[in-house]
Design a protein around this ligand. Structure first.
Ligand code: SAM
Length: 280
């Protein structure tokens, strides 16, 4: 296992993912953009279906959902690598990738255990905006990419108002302030805005300008119990006691009555952002 000392935020993330491996893919694999594809599929489209040898690194690969989708292509000469700091997520990835030739490393994105200029594509789904030391992450990605190699990441984008997600966030905020608890601050604010991302991935850090950024909305509409199952896997919910969690669930499910549609689903959406850039 290759792992340096973890920051407070990384320790929190590692603990969370030891309890809930696969939490992200269980929610987002079913999400759909306006074009009817998931946020994972947006990243998959970046990888060409080619007979050329291609090495892809999934940075913070979690339970390996994205790697599995790439492995299913059965694309000859596609070499797959995953890195994550959570051993439990990597165990889940190993289990789902049992018949695929994929190399998995337990390591921090800030210190990738890969050779210089060894990777053609780095993908990263819903993780860059959680990482502290993000400038080190960018330098690490730059180091392992070949010149002309491509980095593409999906991060959290504009907050969507008026549906289940906003109601949930508001209720959770109330519950957290009731017990006066706050988790560690996750991520570097530079990854929260288009301007910040442009400053991170620039000619100065070794990427072709202008980088490509596109905002999109992912719909996670589902019956209220299902929406609760997804949203209750948000990081800060683990800070609540079991009793508070039960109350939050009851209050959320009841509030969803207002939003429920004739087919029994409630609207739930999240704003995401995809950034793609080429290494100089
Ligand atoms: C929200 S999950 C996303 C997992 C996966 N990419 C997916 O979308 O299914 C975030 C993942 O990032 C990993 N992670 C967070 N910070 C990391 C870091 N600095 N280095 C490596 N992995 C990290 C966590 O362990 C977790 O598996």
């Amino acid at each position: 296992m290759l792992m340096q000392e973890l920051s407070e935020a990384e320790y929190f993330l590692k603990k969370f993912h030891s309890l809930y491996p696969g939490a992200t893919s269980s929610s987002f694999a079913h999400g759909q953009t306006l074009c009817g594809i998931s946020s994972y599929e947006r990243l998959l489209k970046v990888i060409p279906e080619s007979e050329q040898p291609i090495t892809v690194l999934d940075l913070a690969c979690g339970d390996g959902f994205l790697l599995q989708r790439l492995a299913e292509r059965q694309q000859a000469r596609l070499c797959l690598v995953g890195v994550d700091l959570s051993p439990e997520e990597l165990d889940a990835a190993q289990a789902r990738l049992v018949s695929a030739a994929v190399v998995l490393y337990c390591a921090r994105a800030q210190a990738l255990p890969l050779s210089d200029a060894s990777v053609d594509f780095v993908l990263c789904h819903l993780a860059l905006m959680l990482m502290d030391g993000v400038r080190e992450v960018v330098a690490s990605v730059h180091r392992v990419l070949k010149p002309g190699g491509v980095f593409s990441a999906v991060v959290v984008g504009e907050f969507q108002r008026g549906d289940a997600y906003e109601a949930f966030v508001q209720l959770l905020k109330n519950y957290l302030s009731e017990v006066n608890t706050r988790g560690p601050r996750l991520g570097d604010p530079l990854t929260f805005s288009e301007q910040g991302l442009r400053s991170l991935f620039s000619a100065g850090t070794g990427f072709v300008e202008p980088i490509w950024i596109e905002d999109f909305v992912i719909r996670l509409d589902a019956p209220r119990n299902k929406v609760w199952e997804m949203l209750s896997l948000m990081y800060d919910v683990v800070l609540l006691s079991d009793e508070a969690k039960v109350r939050l669930e009851a209050e959320f499910i009841s509030a969803m009555g207002m939003l429920e549609r004739a087919d029994g689903s409630v609207p739930c959406s999240m704003g995401l952002r995809q950034i793609t850039c080429t290494r100089l």
